[in-house]
Ligand binder design. Structure first.
Ligand code: SF4
Length: 139
């Protein structure tokens, strides 16, 4: 049995910016034989649900109305790292493409649906802290 930090939206929690979830059967399957710890870094950072979408551009996280929400994203990411450390998780499964949780590929900051190479803020901080991060597409 492993301890796994997961993006809460993958468990079906309705914490996404639109106010919905994105339940992933593979993640639910993991929860049967392992201890999963759901976190939503954007909510942990104090952002409301629903909220405006945001994307990373030039190292900052900018909401669709132009407001800089980098501080909130950093705060939530720091909480996610603290939760991962406190629970000594074995690895993390985070939502692909998200500006918080995405790993390897994220939206490119133009709100056009285009993607670019990079990690979300929480994914990057978890990697920097030494945790293995996978997306739901890699399990
Ligand atoms: Fe899901 Fe992560 Fe976005 Fe929260 S911050 S809704 S957990 S992808």
């Amino acid at each position: 049995m492993k301890k796994i930090l997961v993006s809460a939206c993958l468990m079906g929690y309705e914490c996404r910016y639109k106010g919905d979830g994105c339940k992933c059967e593979k993640v639910l399957e993991l929860s049967k034989d392992n201890i999963v710890i759901p976190v939503c870094p954007e909510q942990l950072g104090g952002l409301s649900t629903p909220r405006l979408p945001a994307e990373i551009a030039d190292g900052k996280v900018i909401a669709q109305n132009g407001i800089d929400v980098t501080a909130e994203y950093n705060l939530g990411a720091d909480f996610a790292v603290e939760i991962a450390k406190a629970n000594k998780v074995d690895y993390c499964v985070l939502k692909a493409n998200s500006p918080s949780c995405g790993k390897g590929v994220i939206y490119d900051g133009t709100f056009s649906g285009a993607k670019t190479n990079g990690n979300g803020i929480a994914a990057q901080k978890l990697i920097n802290a030494g945790f293995t991060v996978k997306t739901e597409n890699e399990i």
